[in-house]
Ligand binder design. Sequence first.
Ligand code: RP5
Length: 163
Amino acid sequence: MKVGIIMGSDSDLPKMRKAADILTVFGIDYEMVIASAHRTPAVVHDFVERIEREDGVAFVAGAGAAAHLPGVVASFTTLPVIGVPLDATALQGMDALLAIVQMPSGMPVATMAIDGATNAALFAVQICGTRDANIREQYKQYRVDMAAQVISKNEKLQAELNG
Ligand code: RP5
């Protein structure tokens, strides 16, 4: 079971590394590549086909500007594609968000928030969890830990406010 992480440029890497970090936490195998829908379409095609052959379960695709990459990935596979619009231009990610979210009927891309690589990876974790009960349990625990952190932060705040 493997997740393919793809991004349009090395300038996307600092944000997209967060997706890899999450998959590492959950022990999920991934491959991460830079390949552009516009500059290297053949490389995108080959990557998508290979990941699909090698038991791929989902793709996380991040791009900024005229962000066609997630949609192009979707055109080469029937695996779920999770798109991450990136803030890379003067339009601050709105260009990428609209490009990724407005896919034509029949060709869905699950679109995350601008710069939402963490949630993209967690969505991939959830997809992996449909195949693997251990991953499901790990993700449940992740939620429990997150809730405990919020409660602890509130306790600190209340202690500060109430002396
Ligand atoms: C997109 O154009 C990339 O995904 C990147 O976010 C943006 C700018 O790319 P560079 O000009 O920095 O390579 O294709």
